[in-house]
Design a protein around this ligand. Structure first.
Ligand code: GLN
Length: 485
């Protein structure tokens, strides 16, 4: 087995047992990237020199017999909206072309402290706005399972790099499904943690009340390991939860007899691809055969989740993105006056989708429409929360597909952005309610496209997600099927 084929758990063991040096692990990934990344276009910035330097330092540590850190020598990629000191961080926007942060995101520091080795920064939808990764200013990422199709978004580069085995794991950000959707399109496992479980310090904000950073991995064991490093209190993020976090790998235990899994058949009755629906039904049967109790629930407010999400997300984005004025970050366009500099820089720097959303959000927040749109959305957000808590009070976890369809063809939805928004129906609730949710591989269509399912739980009950998915992965092999590149 080549190092690039290994899971994080396998890499960690091989390095610990001295069967593999960190330099060999990193070189295996560098060769793989040189060989395959041109097919999928995941990487925007490659950090091969620093990766090799870090690998050498790790190997010296090992040869001196020093104690190894948790992820010593494990090579990975980061979504390009996570700040890395001295390393370009573009948010896949022309506006941040050439921006090298002077500080690092909390999660990046944690991974560095844990000895993980950054291979590079990966592509995404501009400012994390999108579900297909087609909104990047820097090109198209392709799905490793079918190069004519999108990898999902907005963390499309994260998913494409893990599925193409050009990184062992990746971190993405999830505002309305952005780690779960690409994970589902690329046969991977991803967790959107409880709001506040992972620090957002150094994550370039899209919609601050919804954003969470999460791991994109080959299986749930790896995702639990990465959670162990990135979850935790951070004084620099005022919304970070001041609690002690469990050892997330302690939930990788056999047996889910009696676990109550809520399903809402009505929510999948219409608008779902037939094959996705069949895989959903099969997933229910697999869980039932593992001893889980399947409970009929009704999550009635789900139908309001997409409009509420787009009002809240765009409103927060219009405010968050006001800081990009051409003066403090990235590109600056010429203008005679200050206002012209700002207008010209923003006009040139932002892509079409970002401009749409800034305008929509500014409109919803404007004096005349605030009550009708933004304030109303907040009220309905509360009702969605209450209804979802009600639903979750009847079960331990709630099961639904991650997306209504498998990965689209590149360009397929160019003329129909509304249908892309509507495809977020299953993922946005977790962000609106702050609850944890995880996506996992659950099957393939006849054409060989991966299909993922999603489990949600009450706040801070990641344990139930991890346990359920671990048992599903013990019983199935979808997560082990690799893209052929
Ligand atoms: N698809 C959603 C959007 O376009 C979610 C994006 C995200 O989670 N960053 O806003």
């Amino acid at each position: 087995m080549q190092p690039y084929e290994m899971t994080v758990a396998q890499l960690k063991n091989a390095i610990k047992n001295k069967e593999l040096s960190c330099v060999d692990a990193v070189n295996s990934y560098i060769d793989r990237i040189n060989d395959k990344d041109a097919l999928v276009n995941a990487y925007l910035t490659k950090c091969f020199d620093s990766a090799l330097d870090n690998a050498k330092i790790s190997d010296e540590k090992i040869s001196k017999g020093e104690e190894l850190n948790y992820l010593q020598g494990v090579p990975y990629s980061l979504k390009d909206n996570i700040c890395t000191e001295g390393i370009a961080t573009t948010c896949s926007s022309k506006l941040l072309d050439g921006f090298k942060p002077t500080y690092s995101a909390h999660v990046y520091e944690k991974l560095q402290d844990a000895g993980a080795i950054l291979l590079g920064k990966v592509d995404m939808d501009e400012f994390a706005m999108g579900s297909t990764c087609e909104n990047s200013a820097y090109g198209k990422v392709r799905n490793p399972f079918d190069l004519q199709r999108v990898p999902g978004g907005s963390s499309g580069g994260s998913a494409a790099s893990v599925a193409a085995q050009t990184s062992s794991f990746s971190l993405g950000s999830d505002t309305g499904g952005s780690v779960r959707t690409p994970a589902s399109y690329c046969s991977l496992t991803a967790i959107k943690p409880t709001y506040g479980a992972v620090s957002r310090y150094g994550l370039i904000a899209y919609a601050s009340s919804l954003d969470q950073i999460g791991p994109v991995c080959r299986d749930i064991t790896d995702a639990a390991m990465i959670m162990n490093i990135i979850a935790g209190n951070d004084k620099k993020d005022s919304t970070s939860l001041d609690i002690s976090h469990p050892d997330y790998t302690s939930f990788l235990t056999e047996g889910i007899k009696g676990l109550k899994i809520g399903v809402d058949y009505e929510s999948v009755a219409t608008g779902l691809d037939e094959e996705v629906k069949q895989i959903y039904l099969n997933t229910i049967e697999t869980f039932r055969s593992l001893g889980a109790e399947i409970i009929d629930v009704s999550f009635k407010m789900q139908k309001y989740a997409v409009p509420v999400y787009y009002l809240v997300a765009c409103s927060e984005a219009s405010s968050n993105l006001a800081r990009f004025d051409g003066i403090r970050y990235g590109v600056r366009e010429y203008g005679e006056t200050l206002e012209e500099v700002i207008t010209n820089s923003r006009t040139k720097g932002f892509g079409g989708e970002v401009k749409n959303r800034i305008m929509l959000g500014t409109y919803a927040l404007s004096a005349g429409y605030y009550d009708m749109y933004y304030n109303q959305a907040l009220k309905v957000r509360r009702l969605i929360y209450e209804d979802f808590m009600n639903t979750l009070s009847e079960c331990d976890v709630f099961l639904c597909p991650t997306t209504p369809d498998p990965a689209y063809k590149i360009g397929e939805k160019n003329d129909d952005p509304m249908s892309l928004y509507l495809a977020d129906i299953f993922t946005v609730t977790a962000n609106l309610t702050g609850t944890p949710a995880a996506a996992f591989p659950a099957g393939f269509t006849r054409a060989g496209l991966p299909v993922g399912m999603q489990l949600s739980a009450k706040s801070l009950r990641e344990d139930q997600l991890i346990k359920a998915i671990y048992n599903f992965q013990l019983a199935t092999n979808y997560h082990t099927i690799k893209a052929e590149l």
